[in-house]
Ligand binder design. Structure first.
Ligand SMILES: Cc1cc2nc3c(=O)[nH]c(=O)nc-3n(C[C@H](O)[C@H](O)[C@H](O)COP(=O)(O)OP(=O)(O)OC[C@H]3O[C@@H](n4cnc5c(N)ncnc54)[C@H](O)[C@@H]3O)c2cc1C
Length: 478
């Protein structure tokens, strides 16, 4: 076999693919992650409720319930070591009628017990004391103290970055176009013409995982898109927890939740649609969110929206996570059909996938501790410049040094949007009007210097003194 053959190629840079890459980077393996978009976390992983679900309501015995159970044990260490923003605020499922109380008692208390998740019924007074904005019609609710808030982008980026620091390659900006299986390897052709050979591959392509499976003639599952629209408010809503309705058959329902960085999220809707990439927002969607939310929090309609956005779930024909080797070729392991709890379940999914790969014949030899990076450093590159403290984004007080850090990280920002998501620049009142030109110059400068070209005219000097060193592991394939 050729030297340049990868041991594992992970297809898809959402939270599931990134988490799998991190887990595999603990072993002596040659790894590559291929993501179609110019950054990690561009699919469902970037637009969701940002909740780490305990799995209290998962159907016992399912693969999803098992992944959530494993994840509960893994998150605490990951959050600490990878510096992932996280708040354990707890959740309450609000009952407004005896019928809803019966559903909680007959369905959710037993499923929580079966899944080993601590939950209890709390009375109206306690519920309203913790969450004064909740409807006075509440008769009590199910308290789930372990539910928490997370930054899904921060988690995805951290997983990918720690993997890159452990030697994994991350290729952004060009998707998998074809897979050909021969006796020695899987040959993967990218849209940009690059071809790679690998002994094993993991299919973590989110909503497109059925299309990846189809590339080797596996049509064992199908994925259909279900959109969820959200409204974000920065007003001070008097709730301290995630406020949930009693779910419906198709969705966990429209909730109101604090956001890990501040503000509150209202939503999501559950709208089946044709197009997988359609993340448009609509007036009807906003109305559905407000109408659903005001049943829980009557003042919901009065909160000014700062933003409306949508994410799309992957609804699977199998009704559960598909984590198994393909029956057509066991060298392709699926991590697919991850519908509503993929952020929460991502560490557990990575455990199951690596066990599947091992069963399929991949030798997992642990790297010695001395060779393994397990903690995420705050900064990358050394900032020697006097200009590093210069404020570039005036609204959010983001400095040139912080932007340079985003451009030098192991999975480096290569677009304006990627800088925004790593630093918070452009998210202030002016929405980038003041700082976009400077940030564009810094991105262009960085990209040129990385490619070995001379610095752009007029930009020599301060930025170049910020030495990215050799930590960066990202390849941008254009
Ligand atoms: C409205 C909504 C609310 C949600 N709320 C929560 C929540 O609170 N908590 C929770 O745990 N989960 C939640 N989820 C679910 C969670 O967001 C998903 O389960 C999770 O993000 C799925 O991750 P993924 O990596 O499988 O998919 P994705 O994030 O979609 O990643 C798949 C990636 O594959 C890439 N790709 C596609 N085709 C190719 C190709 N040919 N080659 C290379 N790359 C390719 C895509 O560009 C994409 O980046 C919610 C989802 C939605 C939509």
């Amino acid at each position: 076999m050729r030297d340049d053959v990868y041991d594992v190629v992970v297809i898809g840079g959402g939270i599931v693919g990134a988490s799998i890459l991190r887990k595999l980077s603990e072993y002596r393996l040659k790894l590559l992650l291929i993501e179609k978009q110019p950054d990690v976390c561009e699919g469902a992983s970037k637009a969701n409720s940002g909740i780490v679900h305990t799995g209290f309501d998962a159907k016992p015995g399912t693969v999803e319930a098992e992944c959530l159970r494993l994840s509960r044990g893994l998150w605490p260490k990951l959050i600490e070591r990878l510096k992932i923003p996280y708040v354990e605020c707890g959740a309450v499922m609000v009952a407004v009628s005896d019928e809803e109380r019966s559903i909680i008692e007959e369905t959710y208390l037993p499923s929580a017990a079966a899944n080993g998740v601590a939950c209890e019924w709390i009375g109206r007074e306690e519920l309203l004391e913790r969450n004064p904005a909740v409807t006075p019609r509440a008769i009590g609710g199910l308290s789930i103290p372990g539910e928490a808030l997370i930054d899904p982008f921060g988690a995805t980026r951290s997983f990918a970055e720690i993997a890159a620091m452990n030697g994994a390659e991350v290729s952004l900006g060009s998707g998998v176009a074809r897979i050909e299986a021969n006796d020695d390897a899987l040959l993967i052709a990218l849209e940009n013409g690059r071809e790679v050979a690998t002994r094993y591959a993991v299919n973590a392509a989110g909503l497109w995982a059925d299309e990846i499976a189809g590339m080797i003639g596996d049509d064992s599952f199908a994925l259909t898109p279900r959109k969820g629209q959200f409204v974000l408010t920065e007003e001070a809503v008097p709730v301290s927890q995630i406020v949930l309705p009693v779910p419906t058959k198709t969705s966990k329902g429209i909730l109101l939740s604090p956001v890990v960085f501040g503000g509150y999220l209202l939503g999501p809707t559950a709208e089946d649609q044709e197009e997988k990439w359609d993340r448009s927002t609509t007036a009807e969607g906003m109305e559905a969110v407000l109408a659903g939310c005001e049943k829980l929090v009557p003042s919901a309609r009065s909160y000014a929206s700062v933003r409306q956005f949508a994410g799309v779930r992957a609804v699977c024909s199998e009704g559960d996570f598909v984590i198994r080797p393909s029956a057509v070729d066991a060298r392709l392991v699926h991590a697919a059909g991850i519908r509503s709890t993929g952020v929460s379940a991502s560490p557990g999914i990575a455990e199951l996938v690596s066990a599947q790969l091992e069963r399929a014949g991949l030798a997992l030899e642990s790297k010695p501790e001395a060779e393994l990076r397990t903690d995420m450093p705050e900064l990358f590159g050394e900032d020697n410049t006097t200009e590093a403290g210069e404020i570039v984004c005036l609204c959010r007080s983001i400095t040139r040094g912080e932007i340079a850090n985003a451009l030098c990280r192991p999975v480096a920002a290569a677009t304006i949007d990627a800088v925004k998501r790593r630093t918070g620049a452009l998210l202030g009142e002016c929405q980038g009007n003041g700082c976009i030109p400077k940030i564009m110059d810094l991105v262009a400068e960085h990209t040129a210097v990385r490619a070995g070209q001379p610095p752009l005219k007029g930009l020599q000097g301060s930025y170049l003194a910020f030495d990215c060193g050799s930590e960066g592991g990202t390849l941008h394939e254009g």
